[in-house]
Design a protein around this ligand. Structure first.
Ligand SMILES: Cc1cc2nc3c(=O)[nH]c(=O)nc-3n(C[C@H](O)[C@H](O)[C@H](O)COP(=O)(O)O)c2cc1C
Length: 376
């Protein structure tokens, strides 16, 4: 049986904020917000239920910072002051119901080419125009200087709203091929101005966004970033060593954590199969900046193994959907000296309803292999 004590130690961020433990709810899109982007009741229930279960950090789904960055129906918005009361309800619930001192973060997002006109009413924009055979996205128009100034200000304003609402921080969604990751990409970004070309230029948007979020929020507000170390899914044109360098710069810019989206935590890097991303980033970044890792972490033994590689915290996605009480169960079982194994999908919609996962979220989960029982 692994020693799970490291999972339940407090985590101190460079800004001075402290999370009560190292088990995070990963950002999970769930389609449960209202059509105007305000927090939906089902979304609140889903997150509050995970707070009840003992997650030390509860992260929202990707939430759009501007109407032209909205990626899908039912997405949470942080683009307007009308979103603040809903965010405040969320912060209050997590703080009242979670483990003492649990933190609530919003993941702030712009879809870029992945913000379809069906959602936004306008042609998507990105670093460059780009398409490919069989593309399931609309060809974007290249960003103007105005677009870039606006979106940087929008990320700042979104962070400010989150702070006003009493949330504890934001995670900039710099992963998975959305706008900041599109600028970083050598595939999506073909620009030859100060926003493209060299790594310094391709990283400029991400760095500016982090600085804007930092400048718009109080000193103890957590500002972190999520990165895809290498290509996976929509994330394309990324290079492992470039991402390490970008993470270094973001630490200089004052991020409070670097969250690595690995999809499968045990997999070695594609570029260097003898090397794992977590120790690589750990060695490259200042020791006071925690690394969070996510990717098919299900069992306490796996969580501990990721931490032994150098992660300061683990973020659970699918395991948290199916196991709202994961941290509480792990802790209580360890206190009794007993092993604990998580429940595994597929589950029926009725089972999900008991776990505060609404029919809308279940519909979304059908896109993921083996999450919803096929005959249900
Ligand atoms: C239903 C679902 C929704 C997701 N939504 C987001 C999201 O909004 N933002 C994000 O960065 N990652 C998102 N992800 C990725 C997860 O945060 C996580 O990194 C990934 O699922 C791997 O972890 P897991 O195996 O523990 O689920 C989503 C994953 C799933 C399954």
């Amino acid at each position: 049986m692994p020693d799970v004590a490291p999972l339940f130690e407090p985590l101190v961020f460079p800004c001075g904020a402290v999370a009560p433990n190292r088990v995070w709810l990963a950002p999970l899109t769930n389609g449960q917000s209202n059509d105007d982007g305000t927090l939906g009741d089902d979304e609140l229930r889903w997150l509050a239920r995970r707070a009840d279960g003992g997650y030390g950090v509860v992260t929202t789904c990707a939430a759009y910072v501007g109407a032209d960055g909205k990626g899908w129906r039912g997405e949470l918005g942080v683009d307007d002051d009308r979103d603040v009361p809903g965010l405040r309800r969320l912060a209050d619930e997590v703080h009242a119901r979670g483990v003492r001192g649990a933190l609530c973060l919003a993941q702030i997002f712009h879809g870029g080419v992945r913000a379809p006109s069906a959602q936004t009413g306008a042609q998507p924009w990105s670093a460059s125009t780009w398409t490919e055979e069989g593309a399931e996205f609309e060809a974007p128009r290249p960003a103007t200087e105005d677009d870039l100034a606006r979106v940087i200000a929008q990320f700042g304003a979104a962070a400010r709203r989150c702070a006003e609402a009493g949330l504890d921080g934001v995670e900039l969604h710099g992963a998975h091929g959305y706008l900041p990751s599109q600028f970083l990409s050598r595939v999506f970004n073909q620009r030859d101005d100060r926003w493209g070309g060299s790594l310094e230029n391709r990283a400029r948007l991400m760095r500016e966004v982090v600085r804007a979020a930092r400048a718009a929020t109080p000193a103890r507000f957590v500002v972190g970033v999520r990165l895809s170390p290498e290509d996976f899914g929509y994330a394309r044109g990324l290079d492992l060593d470039e991402t390490v360098q970008v993470a270094r710069w973001l630490c200089e810019d004052g991020v409070d954590f670097v969250h690595l989206s690995l999809w499968r935590w045990e997999r070695m890097t594609t570029k260097r199969p003898e090397e794992h991303a977590v120790p690589l980033f750990r060695a490259a970044l200042p020791s006071n900046v925690p690394i969070v890792a996510a990717g098919a972490i299900w069992t306490p033994a796996e969580a501990v193994a990721v931490m032994e590689k150098g992660a300061a915290a683990v973020a659970l996605g699918r395991a948290a959907i199916v196991n709202p009480d994961w941290p509480r169960h792990v802790r209580e079982a360890a206190a009794r000296g007993e092993p604990w194994e998580p429940r595994r999908p597929p589950l029926s919609p009725a089972d999900y309803a008991d776990l505060a996962v609404s029919p809308r979220f279940v519909e979304y989960l059908r896109r993921f292999k083996n999450m919803v029982a096929v005959d249900a």
